[in-house]
Design a protein around this ligand. Structure first.
Ligand SMILES: [Fe+2]
Ligand SMILES: [Fe+2]
Length: 244
């Protein structure tokens, strides 16, 4: 898979019309993450994201679209946005623990703990565990964490309390207290009941969230089953694909 990841990346650069020059610059930012074994696992089945792409492919597409939007804005506004941080948010935003569609091994959860609400917390927990270097600078850590936690906006994220169910709870418990505090705080501001509903405080995160919608709605979710799976965890399109 390590050999294929660059080809996959270039294929999507072509699809999203990112020039060779810019794709080289983007590859320099994302390469260490793409080559990590946990990322490579997410580029293969059973890590389907929605209907047609693997999770790794979806993440690469989000990184490309995020890069394109920020690059365009920075041309107008004299590099006012941090393109590296925005791309890193894209690379980390969906690094959740387990395949979530049609996965009978997953325990039944309360509605408030469904994948849609909890996966940003799993993703940031995994990102800090697997890629600690990106979180060494406190200010960068804040921007990345807040961006990942609220990437689903206008869909809410679960607040962190005693009744949350995560597939990587052990990893969350093992995080440095400093990061646990930031994650809890980020997921509590904007609280409505069991959820927090707000966009990221940082423009880099807001743009990444927009890129996620562009990729998901325009390219990934081609059917009603794709949308329904988001709340139920079941995707009939994938079941039919597996039978073929
Ligand atoms: Fe997501
Ligand atoms: Fe996503």
């Amino acid at each position: 898979m390590k050999k294929e990841v660059y080809t996959i990346f270039k294929m999507y650069c072509y699809q999203y019309k990112l020039s060779n020059y810019k794709s080289k610059k983007l590859w320099n930012i994302i390469r260490p993450i793409c080559y990590h074994k946990e990322f490579l696992i997410r580029l293969q089945k059973p890590f389907w994201h929605h209907d047609i792409k693997t999770l790794g492919e979806h993440i690469i597409c989000d990184a490309i679209v995020t890069y394109k939007i920020i690059d365009k804005l920075n041309k107008k506004n004299k590099n006012s946005l941090n393109i590296n941080l925005a791309v890193i948010i894209a690379m980390f935003h969906d690094l959740y623990e387990k395949p979530w569609q049609n996965n009978l091994e997953l325990p039944k959860r309360k509605f408030k703990n469904n994948h849609g609400f909890t996966h940003p917390i799993e993703a940031i927990t995994n990102a800090i565990t697997w890629f600690p270097n990106y979180f060494k600078n406190d200010k960068d850590a804040l921007i990345i964490i807040d961006g990942v936690i609220h990437h689903m906006f206008p869909f809410p994220v679960r607040i962190i309390d005693n009744s949350i169910e995560l597939n990587n709870q052990d990893k969350f418990n093992n995080l440095n207290d400093k990061y646990k505090k930031i994650i809890k705080l980020s997921a509590s501001i904007g609280k409505i009941g069991n959820f927090s509903l707000r966009k990221s405080f940082y423009v880099e995160g807001q743009i990444m969230s927009k890129a996620d919608k562009i990729v998901a709605i325009k390219k990934d979710l081609k059917s009603i089953n794709g949308y329904i799976s988001f709340l139920t965890g079941k995707n009939n399109n994938l079941l039919q694909k597996a039978k073929k």
